[in-house]
Write a protein that binds this ligand. Structure first.
Ligand code: SF4
Length: 360
């Protein structure tokens, strides 16, 4: 038996829970129902539901005979009702196809509605006492930490690694106790938050514990990649140093902040100049700088700055409610004086660089 299993079993003998209702009168049916109930629900909540369920449906035949409505009624409050529907369907198949006896083969168990590889493993190991690995949420957490397995366990390659580790540790002897033990360790010691490593029987060789990174495992589901959007920001300046800024709609993304005019990425400088009512003669130079990224909650915005320096005060420089020429005195000091968006702060600060670039 490997070191991990030996330590775990010794711990289970002394500290493991042995009085949970599904640990009494063990049958495949009782193990199965508990495993399904425990999939998304805490032990403390499950106990009462489990006892009432067992009173009403003491064996697979009584569950198969029951109306689905009544099964669902006994599930009310546990949520994830597909679990109850699958229990009912699987019970009917066990009765009709297997004469109300749970099949022994793992693949036959896994073929039943709602029974995945881990539940099949638990039924096999705990009830049939046949060697089979399990990998429920608790076991994943323990193994991810003990072996410092990085990556999200929902991905195929990480899941494969974890199944391999789970299988390596699973002993031939006392497989039922071992299975209870590793689930128990995850539920009571190697908890999601604040694991009690000082009380853990496998701490001595736990990689995450050694590195002080237990809570970093298992890695969370990576958030979906944010969409990438693109825009040009036209930073128009006058010889006086004034910059043209636009106030953004209150109900929009920037909520009333001031920005250099934002236009679609395809907007050519000539188009913008024309839109502003300026002429090419008004413009002293144009410089398109490399884009930078600004991140919103739901997307990334790649901002390509286009600096447009006007040689002379164009005719149309009058301020409007949403558009103003602001001299450095007004925008320096940033948000204390004027609500500037982050990219606006960055672009205004870059004006000196842009100037140096153009004159060096
Ligand atoms: Fe979990 Fe800590 Fe034990 Fe490692 S030492 S398995 S992190 S409780």
């Amino acid at each position: 038996m490997d070191w991990f299993a030996t330590r775990l079993l010794a711990w289970f003998d002394v500290s493991g829970r042995k009085d949970l209702p599904w640990q009494q009168d063990i049958t495949p049916y009782r193990v199965w129902v508990s495993e399904i109930m425990l999939q998304q629900t805490q032990v403390a909540t499950v106990i009462g539901y489990y006892q009432r369920f067992m009173e009403r449906f003491p064996d697979v035949a009584s569950l198969a005979r029951a109306d689905l409505d009544e099964v669902l009624h006994h599930w009310t409050g546990l949520g994830y009702y597909a679990r109850a529907r699958n229990l009912h369907k699987a019970a009917q198949r066990i009765v009709s196809e297997y004469n109300a006896e749970f099949p022994l083969a793992l693949d036959a168990l896994e073929d039943l509605p709602g029974i995945g590889r881990s539940t099949a493993g638990a039924i096999s190991a705990i009830a049939h006492r046949r060697r089979a690995a399990i990998l429920d949420g608790n076991v994943k957490r323990v193994l991810c930490r003990f072996h410092a397995v990085s990556g999200y366990p929902g991905t195929t390659s990480v899941a494969r690694t974890l199944w391999e580790k789970a299988d390596e540790h699973t002993p031939e002897a006392r497989v039922a106790d071992y299975t209870q033990a590793i689930m128990d360790l995850g539920a009571t010691v190697c908890t999601r938050r604040n694991p009690n490593c000082d009380a853990c029987p496998v701490a001595e060789r736990c990689k995450a514990y050694a590195a002080g990174t237990a809570e970093d495992y298992p890695e969370r589901k990576p958030s979906k990649a944010k969409p990438e959007r693109h825009a040009r920001f036209f930073v128009a300046t006058l010889a006086s140093g004034a910059v043209l800024l636009e106030q953004q709609p209150l109900d929009g993304l920037w909520g009333g902040l001031w920005n250099p005019p934002q236009r679609a990425l395809e907007t050519e400088p000539e188009t913008f100049i024309e839109e502003m009512g300026w002429t090419p003669d008004d413009v002293e130079r144009i410089h398109i700088a490399p884009a930078f990224r600004h991140t919103f909650t739901h997307f990334h915005l790649h901002i390509e700055p286009v600096y447009v320096h006007l040689a002379r005060e164009p005719r149309l420089v009058a301020d409007t409610a949403e558009q103003r020429w602001l001299v450095p005195d007004e925008w320096q000091g940033g948000n204390e004086r004027l609500g500037l968006s982050k990219p606006a702060v960055r672009l205004l600060a870059s004006l000196a660089d842009d100037f140096t670039l153009q004159t060096s």
